[in-house]
Design a protein around this ligand. Structure first.
Ligand code: PHE
Length: 349
């Protein structure tokens, strides 16, 4: 066998061997090793090419052709295997290194009526049912409406009991956050002639420190009836009617004499405790009664201040805390819960 034939044969067998090694490479690393071995600088194929020098001139072309044929075969086999292994690696990493960036479904959190809002609306319903209209007034109020027209003259000691939050506007202590909803009485009587039957629910403010029962911001509902021939009996009957409507007909109303500058006579009203039914428990401080608010017959001075003739008309007014009623009806022990704004709290009702 000539040297040339021998080299051609070796080139062909290297090509077969290499193609076989490439196709058996199980991973990219193995393929890279095989590539170095069969196509690298010190590969058998390069040795064969070097050996061409020792071949006679007329036969060199034959060997050269065999070498480049073998190289082309090897390169093609390598490229084919590389494509397959790269595709496999890509799928593998796509599944194994997968980062799930899908956003989970977002829960749609529905709002919920606050217990104070619910009681507010229930109270409006009860009074609308009794023939009252709903009135409103501003939360930042003038001295005239909050005090003076309500028969609290300047310097009157009853003003001191109101723990007023003043607003720095106008003359000193002339503008304030209303300390009660009673200024709406004055605004209503100024703007319309009797007969008047209104309730005014709303926010009121006092310089109170937050504790289990007091908050510097609270809600009241005011009631006002002005007509000919209205008596204290009508007032007591009305209060009893709404207590029964709200808490049930077995809950009793109780009245005690009291004082407010804008009503005469004045009463404080309470109801029998909804929790112990009068037996005495912690909610009612073992008295069996729960204080609700104040009321009375509209003082003639108030009528005069708003231009209503006290010789023709009489009327009554009442006011009580909405938060208090909400606390009682829903058994909320600390008033702070009403102000936290925690939806989990509101959802319970
Ligand atoms: N405004 C009074 C208060 O806040 C309550 C009240 C209203 C009393 C109406 C009498 C008549 O204490």
């Amino acid at each position: 066998m000539t040297v040339a034939n021998d080299l051609v044969e070796r080139a062909e067998s290297v090509a077969r061997e290499g193609a076989d090694a490439f196709s058996r490479a199980a991973a990219l690393d193995d393929l890279a090793d095989a590539e170095r071995r069969f196509l690298g600088k010190s590969s058998a194929l390069n040795e064969i090419r070097e050996a061409i020098k020792s071949v006679e001139g007329s036969e060199r072309a034959l060997v050269g052709k065999a070498v480049s044929g073998a190289r082309a075969e090897l390169e093609a086999a390598y490229a084919a295997r590389l494509e397959v292994l790269e595709a496999q690696a890509a799928t593998l990493s796509a599944t194994r290194d997968r980062l799930d960036l899908t956003l989970g479904p977002r829960e749609y959190v529905r709002g919920h009526l606050h217990p104070v809002t619910r009681i507010w609306r229930e109270l409006e319903d009860v009074f609308v049912g009794l023939g009252y209209k709903v009135a409103e007034g501003p939360e930042v109020e003038l001295d005239w409406y909050n005090f003076e027209a309500l028969n609290f003259p300047p310097g009157h000691p009853a003003r001191a009991m109101q723990d007023t939050l003043y607003v720095r506007l106008g003359a000193r202590e002339s503008v304030m956050l209303r300390t009660h909803t009673s200024p709406v009485q004055v605004r209503t009587m100024e703007s319309q002639p009797p007969p008047i039957y209104v309730v005014a629910p709303g926010r009121a403010f006092r310089r109170d420190t937050l504790d289990a029962r007091h908050s510097p911001v609270f809600h009241q509902i005011e009631g006002l009836a002005v007509d000919e021939g209205i008596t204290l009996g009508d007032l007591l009957g009305t209060i009893e009617a709404f207590i029964h409507a709200l808490f049930g007909s077995d809950i009793e109303a109780r009245f005690l004499p009291s004082f407010f500058p804008f009503t005469e006579p004045s009463v404080e009203f309470a109801m029998s405790c909804v929790f112990c039914r009068g037996a005495g428990c912690t909610v009612c401080s073992r008295t069996g009664w729960v204080e609700l608010g104040g009321a009375g017959m509209v003082d003639p001075n108030v009528f005069t201040a708003v231009g209503i003739d006290p010789e023709v008309y009489t009327g009554f007014a009442f006011g009580f805390g909405i938060d208090r009623v909400a606390q009682l009806l829903y058994g909320v022990d600390h008033i702070k819960n009403l102000w936290d704004g925690d939806v989990r709290f509101a959802r319970q009702f």
